[in-house]
Design a protein around this ligand. Structure first.
Ligand SMILES: [Zn+2]
Length: 286
């Protein structure tokens, strides 16, 4: 469970800490089932320096002088940690530390919490509170080729289950995470994509471990000011419900029973193509 890799997205940390407290104190059968089924590793705040600065990235520092490293234009070198798990990158210390941690834990699943701007649901125009995302698009150019299609199936079921469970609550309006109105993302440079691709950086993942990961995007960035802050309590609670539901569904194997076609029922614009970080725009009939 990973949150606040982007320092200006606070609810990842807050919701993970809430879930951690609930898992540690709640005596209900559902929480007991989760505790019995899993060992859970929490990274509530992946990007502490960026969080303190309330910026998306982190700042690279010169270890010798303690001053920020500057680029050729004299500006601070800022690194988006969510784009720093790449075979020839790992520019920030945080990236290497958490990558090494991942290679030691070799998790079965991952969940990543983000914020997004305010958006409306396709078809209804309702304000979306939670977008369900996968960084390598189901049915897209990459995911069906991994693990014989197992991740393409399982990530659809993971979000399909969350969608069905959270639809029972009246205040959570969901859709699929899309960009540019009608594009799915298919990025290989994102941290959770690297997990699904089984990135082996400098021989640290010799067995080629990989695992499926989904992410949740809470609507309301810190830059949305009062609009985002007004929804704070509900935003944190919907993340907690989403994470708890997914853990519970995986613990009981209910997730694996979900019809993967539910992925198509989650509100989304008709997909025109894929926004990639390796081949630009790829039309849907690739
Ligand atoms: Zn983010």
């Amino acid at each position: 469970m990973q949150g606040r890799i982007h320092g200006n997205e606070p609810y990842g940390a807050e919701s993970i800490l809430t879930l951690l407290k609930d898992l540690g104190t709640n005596g209900s059968a559902e929480y007991q089932q989760i505790r019995d089924a899993f060992t859970i590793h929490f990274i509530p705040m992946y990007n502490p320096d960026g969080s303190e600065l309330n910026i998306r990235q982190t700042v690279l520092y010169d270890d010798a002088t303690g001053e920020p490293l500057l680029n050729d234009a004299g500006q601070q070198q800022r690194i988006d940690l969510n784009r720093d798990w790449v075979a020839d990158k790992f520019q920030a210390d945080e990236s290497l530390a958490f990558y090494e941690y991942w290679t030691m834990v070799k998790p079965d699943y991952g969940i990543d919490i983000h914020h997004q701007g305010l958006k409306q649901q396709y078809g209804t125009g309702d304000d979306v509170t939670l977008s369900l995302g996968i960084s390598l698009a189901p049915g897209g150019p990459t995911l069906p080729t991994l693990q014989g299609g197992a991740y393409d199936l399982l990530t659809r079921q993971m979000h399909g289950f969350v969608f069905q469970e959270l639809s029972k609550y009246g205040y959570i309006t969901m859709d699929r995470y899309q960009v540019g109105g009608n594009l799915e993302i298919d990025i290989k440079g994102g941290v959770v994509s690297a997990m699904m691709l089984g990135l082996d950086y400098q021989g640290m993942n010799p067995t080629g471990h990989s695992n499926p990961v989904v992410f949740f995007e809470t609507s309301g960035n810190t830059s949305d000011g009062s609009l985002g802050q007004k929804a704070r309590g509900k935003s944190i609670q919907q993340n907690v419900l989403a994470m708890k539901s997914l853990l519970s569904g995986l613990a009981t194997d209910e997730v694996q029973q979900v019809d993967p076609e539910v992925w198509e029922e989650i509100p989304h614009a008709p997909v025109a193509g894929y926004s990639t970080d390796y081949a630009g725009f790829i039309p849907v009939s690739f």
